[in-house]
Ligand binder design. Structure first.
Ligand code: 4GY
Length: 224
């Protein structure tokens, strides 16, 4: 999969996408990730990307010209253009699965008070939010989406790693049951007897009950 990111802060991406599973996927050629600085598509001395809103009001908006030029030069035939903003549809595991099927994604991230509306209207195929809070810019949100999508690209996770997947797909199966590893007693806290009993049917039953109870208590919305 090819992923392009249009951002004002390419430096923010150094680190999170250079480690662990994402880096392994990049090195294996399963993810071709490219960062692009929006200022490269400006033509004035000050590399201006923002301007004041018509009608007044506080703050600045991303102006259309650099973003239109950037998207038009980066976009290819099958590219899906995705805007990151708190006004987007709420990103979840189902959307991650949908994006993992695409071959070409271009993420456009915002800053200041937001985007000139024409960017939204004529460039974006989709607009995504990672949650109901306002960050300073879209770099962290797009990294969250890239992380969730990359681990779903076929071949990125080993068999061991991918068995983790569907069980923690909030929205389909609910929350995971409690898990323990050695030691069987730690600082006076004991692992539930059933788990060390070796009784496979009992263990299964306990896990199902615990997962259900935990989901009911913490995320009743997932059971609806
Ligand atoms: N939440 N989900 C988010 C965000 C920063 C002002 C528009 C979010 O996706 N993006 O908070 N982004 C804002 C900052 C302009 C983007």
């Amino acid at each position: 999969m090819k992923i392009d990111v249009l951002t004002l802060f390419p430096g923010m991406f150094a680190g999170p996408l250079d480690e662990s599973i994402i880096m392994r996927a990049r090195k294996a050629g399963l993810l071709d990730l490219k960062l692009h600085n929006l200022r490269d598509w400006t033509h004035d001395r000050h590399k201006t990307v923002d301007d004041r809103p018509f009608g007044g009001g506080p703050g600045m908006l991303l102006k259309p010209e650099p973003i239109f030029e950037a998207v038009e030069s980066l976009k290819r035939e099958k590219t899906r253009v995705i805007l990151m903003s708190p006004a987007g549809r709420k990103f979840d595991q189902a959307i991650a699965r949908e994006l993992a099927l695409q071959e070409d994604l271009l993420f456009v991230t915002g800053h200041y008070e937001g985007f000139d509306e024409r960017i939204r209207e004529s460039l974006a195929d989709d607009e995504l939010s990672i949650g109901d809070y306002v960050l300073t810019n879209g770099a962290l949100p797009v990294m969250v989406v890239i992380d969730a999508v990359t681990r779903l690209i076929p071949g990125v996770l080993g068999d061991d790693e991918s068995s983790q997947d569907e069980s923690f797909s909030a929205g389909s199966a609910g929350l995971e049951y409690p898990q323990y590893t050695r030691p069987a007693e730690f600082r006076g806290m004991k692992v539930p007897d059933v788990l060390v009993s070796g009784h496979h049917a009992e263990i299964e039953k306990w896990r199902r009950e615990q997962a259900k109870r935990r989901t009911q208590e913490r995320r009743p919305d997932l059971l609806e």
